[in-house]
Design a binder for this molecule. Sequence first.
Ligand SMILES: Nc1ncnc2c1ncn2[C@@H]1O[C@H](COP(=O)(O)OP(=O)(O)OP(=O)(O)O)[C@@H](O)[C@H]1O
Length: 229
Amino acid sequence: MLIEARDLSAGYGDVRVLEDISLGVAEGEIVALLGRNGMGKTTTVRALTGMLPAMGGSVLMNGTDVTALPSHKRATRGLGLVPEGRRIFPNLTVAENLRATERPGRWTYAGVLELFPRLGERLGNLGSQLSGGEQQMLAIGRALLTNPSILILDEATEGLAPVIRAEIWQTLARLKDEGQAILLVDSRLGPVLRLADRAVVLVKGRIAWEGATATLRADEDLQRKYLAV
Ligand SMILES: Nc1ncnc2c1ncn2[C@@H]1O[C@H](COP(=O)(O)OP(=O)(O)OP(=O)(O)O)[C@@H](O)[C@H]1O
C-alpha cells in the first residue's frame, strides 16, 4: 500500500473522532472516502497527512511506519495534499506558487500548465486574484509538482461553478489514466462513484462499509443508508 491506516484513532483535545480506522490505497488505485457531514473524513485526512497526531494505531507509507513523522516529512516521502479550502499562497503569483513546491518527477511545470491551460494565462497574477476554480487548479497543480506517489484531495470540487467542477473531474480522470493513486474526499456522489475504484464509508468516525464503487453505484438503498442527506 502506498498509504495505509491501521487501527488509526484521532481527534481533538480529549475527544476521539476516529476510532480504529483501517484503510489503504494501492498503486494506481483511486479510493473514495465517503460519509455524511461531520463523520470524520477531514479528520482522517489530517491524521493520514500528520496534521493531527494519532491517538492510537499507525500510518504507514510503502510499508514504513510514519506515525511519528510530521507532515512535511510525509510529504517528502510522496504524500501530496490538496487541502480543504485550497490554501494557496495569496501573495505569490501563480508561477511562484507552482515553483514553490516543484520536485523532479513525472509532473513538471510545463506539464501542469498543459494540464491546466487556464493557469498558463494567469502566471503573473497573485493567488488572491484568481477565481475559486483557478485557485483549485493551482492547488492541484502545486500538489502534482511535488510528484506525490499518493495524492489526497479533500473536497476539491466544493463551492465551484458546475462548468469548472466538470473540468476538475476531467482532470482527475486524466490523472487516473496516468496511474496516479488518489484518496478522494468529495460529496458529489455521482462523479466520485464513476471515478473511484473502491469506497470507504465513515459513520461517526468508524468504517461502516467498504467495497467496490460499482457495488455502491448499483445499490441505492446502500447509498441512502450511508450517504443521502
Ligand atoms: N478542529 C476541531 N476541533 C474540534 N472538533 C472538531 C474539529 N474539526 C472537526 N471536529 C469534529 O470532528 C467530527 C468530524 O469532523 P470532520 O471535519 O472530520 O468531518 P467530515 O466528515 O470531514 O465532515 P465535513 O464534510 O462536514 O467536513 C465532527 O463532529 C466535528 O465537529
